[in-house]
Design a protein around this ligand. Structure first.
Ligand SMILES: *Cc1c(COP(=O)(O)O)cnc(C)c1O
Length: 414
């Protein structure tokens, strides 16, 4: 998964160019910066690589989402439909603009189930935010049909799927806007950073101002001459972070090649186990292959296999999201109890209270059986085989011991 694994001279060279001038800010100081504009250069490189008309860098993926919501005009009173399996940044960014998160079930794509989305639409719904989790993608055709029919905004959270595509187009460029995260463990990293992608010039101009205290950037070299047509915040990226990203975006395709190769080896090994099924991928050719996500027949079997791997000291890199408190509704107690340091608005409080009793059994039935194995860029073939064989061994050992549902027994090797 992470680009930091292949940190090297390319990143050091870009950062050093910024250190030479000492101009760490992305705006202004025109005469002192000696023509070094890493943030602008990275934005241009991102537009080119992903086929987006506009890119606005931000300080994080979370602030990219917040910026996108603001630029798309989503705020107090608006409902935003998001999946039950994602990263906490999804609801954080919705809440931060005063909007109301509405959570829906995921299916075996590990992304939002379009049927659940349809059922969650109300007169207050303003946007649908599919999260392209774990390197793959949501069923965008189905979601686009829904957004068109109901006149809603589609914002793609592609923070975990940089370089994935859907029917030939980069994820993050297909909806009204999309976001990537460049935090330290993402497919490419800036250390910290993010970006909003859009093909809509007016959305881009709003993102540009919003991330820099509302500056319209029309004052030329004199920041003091900029006007403030609307209220903004400081979600700027620094030149040092952008410099890292510039080296990383140039290496992205080599990261993706390695991920796809390693993912293929591991999938071949796990395919020998008839009890394992794999995640449904709406466009398999577009998978970034940053994770291999697989299912076992029941939650009990899955939990036991996870515990077996843990006991062998072999769990690292295998994620059982069902018990994870960053990624799945089940453990988001702070959200369900709406523990906020500042007052939330009434709509937000009412919506979060509802989460305490909302039925997520359809999501549980998927997530309770799912393990995602993170694909390293550094694995040797030998290490992949070892890893795969540990997983296969743990499953074989447990399936031999416990009571297995009849449907599963049929598939057991004799
Ligand atoms: C990482 C991530 C984010 C937020 O990115 P940060 O840069 O860590 O703020 C948002 N959404 C998803 C799905 C993520 O994985």
């Amino acid at each position: 998964m992470p680009g930091f694994e292949l940190w090297g001279d390319e990143e050091r060279k870009e950062v050093n160019e910024v250190l030479e001038t000492g101009i760490l800010m992305r705006y202004g100081f025109d005469s002192l910066r000696k023509g070094i504009w890493k943030s602008k250069e990275l934005e241009a490189a991102i537009c080119k690589r992903f086929g987006a008309r506009y890119a606005q860098l931000t300080s994080s993926g979370t602030s990219a989402l917040t910026t996108a919501f603001a630029a798309l005009g989503i705020g107090a009173g608006d409902e935003v439909i998001m999946p039950s399996f994602t990263f906490v940044a999804s609801f954080e960014s919705v809440l931060s603009v005063g909007a109301t998160p509405v959570l829906v079930d995921v299916d075996e794509t590990l992304t939002m189930n379009p049927e659940s989305v349809k059922k969650a639409i109300s007169s207050k719904t303003k946007a649908i935010v599919p999260v392209h989790m774990c390197g793959s993608m949501a069923d965008l055709d189905a979601l686009l049909t829904i957004t068109k029919e109901h006149n809603l905004i589609l914002l793609e959270d592609a923070c975990q799927s940089i370089g994935a595509s859907y029917k030939g187009r980069a994820v993050g460029t297909i909806g009204h806007a999309g976001t990537f995260s460049f935090d330290f463990v993402k497919i490419m990293t800036c250390g910290e950073g993010g970006v909003v992608l859009t093909n809509d010039e007016s959305v881009y101009i709003k993102c540009d101002g919003y991330t820099d205290h509302g500056h319209d950037h029309k004052g030329g070299a004199d920041r003091g001459a900029d006007q403030h047509p609307f209220i903004g915040y400081n979600y700027r990226i620094s030149e040092l972070h952008a410099a890292v990203g510039l080296a990383q975006v140039r290496k992205l395709d080599s990261f993706l090649d390695i991920q796809r190769r390693n993912h293929g080896y591991l999938k071949n090994i796990l395919s020998n186990v008839p009890e394992i099924t794999f995640r449904t991928i709406p466009d398999p050719d577009g998978d970034s292959c940053t994770f291999l996500s697989w299912f076992l027949p029941t939650e009990e079997i899955t939990r036991n296999v996870v515990n077996e791997l843990k006991g062998q000291g072999a769990l690292a890199g295998n994620f059982y999201w069902y018990d994870n408190n960053w990624h799945y509704i089940r453990k988001w107690d702070h959200l369900k109890n709406y523990v906020s340091l500042h007052a939330l608005n009434n709509d937000q409080q009412a919506a979060l209270k509802k989460l305490q009793t909302q039925d997520f059994s359809a999501s549980d039935a998927v997530m309770g059986r799912c393990v995602s194995t993170a694909i390293s860029l550094l694995w040797s073939e030998e290490q992949i085989r070892e890893r795969g064989e540990k997983i296969v061994g743990a499953i074989k050992k447990l399936l031999g011991e416990q009571s297995i549902p009849a449907c599963v027994k049929l598939h057991l090797p004799t």
